[in-house]
Design a protein. Structure first.
Ligand SMILES: [Zn+2]
Length: 161
């Protein structure tokens, strides 16, 4: 299962590179931060619909092309945007920080050289953990929270939505 997730991640990245080459424009990639091996739960799907709706509204006037991908790593949406990649990243981070489910969204922007733009490029801090508000990377690295704990918090956030 883990292997299939990794294969689908690689496929997604290759599709992003193909789109960049075809359009010569940056690509926004939206997906859900859902832990565990099963990325295609009912909650995950509900989150993805909320994410797609938000991205479509915010990037509507810049979108040249969009495509939804499925697979073992969960659904993702790719949007080719006719805009400055830093501006696109700014909009993405704004959704992550202000949408009521934004903490569960993962919005990456790939510039035309194929690299993803880090938050530091637009002077934004690292993402916060949904449970303890610490730097999320530290919690992931140290396995600070149990999977059950995380999923319970996520499902509570979704139920409120
Ligand atoms: Zn934490």
């Amino acid at each position: 299962m883990m292997e299939k997730i990794l294969v689908d991640r690689e496929k997604r990245y290759n599709t992003i590179l193909e789109l960049i080459e075809k359009y010569d424009l940056p690509v926004v990639c939206g997906k859900i931060n859902y832990p565990g091996k099963n990325k295609n739960t009912k909650e995950g799907q509900k989150l993805f619909l909320g994410l797609m709706q938000s991205l479509k509204i915010k990037f509507h006037s810049y979108a040249e092309f969009s495509q939804v991908l499925g697979g073992y790593d969960g659904s993702s949406i790719l949007i080719v945007v006719k805009m400055d990649p830093l501006e696109a990243k700014y909009i993405g981070v704004d959704i992550e920080e202000n949408h009521c489910l934004g903490r569960l969204f993962d919005i990456d922007v790939y510039s035309r050289d194929g690299s993803s733009i880090g938050r530091e490029k637009i002077n934004k801090d690292a993402r916060r953990c949904i449970l303890c508000n610490d730097d999320a990377r530290v919690c992931i690295k140290t396995n600070r929270h149990s999977l059950e704990e995380i999923i319970e918090r996520i499902n509570r956030l979704i139920a409120k939505y």
